[in-house]
Design a protein around this ligand. Structure first.
Ligand code: ZN
Length: 102
């Protein structure tokens, strides 16, 4: 699948990479956002472009929360998950999305 090598989120560039068998704390996951490294990883098993975009938007949401300083507010991780997933679903349900470089 064609996807951008990076995205800019509130002025900061985040690299995007597809990797095999993503795991966080022993649990398989579809996407990860490493804030400090400014890196977003998507699992290579994700082949459906719509699902790929939803996962990417979700991970971009985590980066955006950090860029906006939400981490300084002490928001529980569960709430952040609900927020970023809600945004990802809302956007992908309502818009046909394409990447700038495709
Ligand atoms: Zn998440």
């Amino acid at each position: 699948m064609k996807y951008p090598s990076s995205v800019t989120i509130y002025g900061a560039e985040y690299q995007i990479q597809v990797e095999k068998d993503l795991v966080l704390e022993g649990v398989a996951c579809d996407g990860l956002c490493y804030i400090k490294e400014r890196k977003i990883l998507i699992d290579s098993s994700i082949k459906d472009p719509a699902v790929f975009k939803e996962i990417l938007i979700h991970e971009m949401g985590h980066a955006l929360m950090d860029r906006l300083g939400f981490n300084l507010l002490g928001i529980p991780p569960e709430l952040e998950e609900l927020l970023v997933q809600g945004i990802a679903v809302m956007v992908t349900e309502s818009f046909k999305l394409s990447f700038n470089n495709s």
